[in-house]
Design a protein around this ligand. Structure first.
Ligand SMILES: [Fe+2]
Ligand SMILES: [Fe+2]
Length: 195
């Protein structure tokens, strides 16, 4: 028996299996992950993205109201990117044969990060940074969990993770800029206190 023959019969088996499980869409028998578990994890990530979208939208409206235009634009950009992440995750859940959970009931408890309204610009930026750091940690764990069992979902989560890292970077540089702007007013007072 040649290896060529074995290979051909393997191809036939793969094709038969693909036809037999046609109703399972993109998920073939070779899928290595625990599908139910992956769908549950992705629904939590979806809730996280929606909560982040809502928080950034709130911060966008508020920053616009206090004429902090450049920060407001940054909030809007992040809100749109979080919405795009939610779309990617929702579509992947359906590909895996699951249903995206968009119910407002329990949205906050399914989400990894919190919805915090924030009082002023610095407060909003700090809350967003905390939320991004939580997302970065949990998404990194998801990437590790998926490993080679579901490379498509892993690649998607890696792409989202990279964007959350960019978001955190944006927020921390905005915080630094705002901090620098406040320096001249604060410096003489602290010098006097120690002088
Ligand atoms: Fe996101
Ligand atoms: Fe983000």
């Amino acid at each position: 028996m040649s290896t060529h023959k074995t290979f051909v019969s393997d191809i036939k088996a793969i094709r038969d299996r693909a036809r037999a499980h046609m109703e399972e869409g993109a998920i073939t028998a070779g899928y290595g992950a625990d599908r139910e578990q992956v769908i549950r994890i992705l629904n939590e990530a979806l809730a996280t993205e929606i909560v982040c979208t809502l928080r950034y939208k709130r911060h966008y409206y508020m920053a616009n109201g206090i004429h902090a235009k450049s920060v407001a634009e940054e909030f809007l950009e992040h809100a749109n990117e979080e919405q795009a992440h939610a779309d990617m995750i929702g579509k992947r859940i359906v590909q895996l044969g699951g249903a995206p959970d968009l119910s407002p009931n329990g949205l906050a408890s399914r989400s990894h990060s919190e919805y915090v309204e924030g009082t002023d610009l610095v407060d909003m930026l700090e809350e967003d940074l905390v939320a991004e750091r939580i997302a970065i940690d949990t998404y990194r764990e998801i990437v590790q969990y998926l490993g080679n069992d579901d490379p498509t979902t892993r690649r998607m989560m890696e792409e989202i993770l990279a964007k959350e890292e960019e978001h955190a970077e944006d927020l921390s540089s905005l915080l630094q800029q705002l901090g620098r702007n406040e320096q001249p007013a604060k410096a003489p007072a602290s010098r006097a206190a120690f002088g």
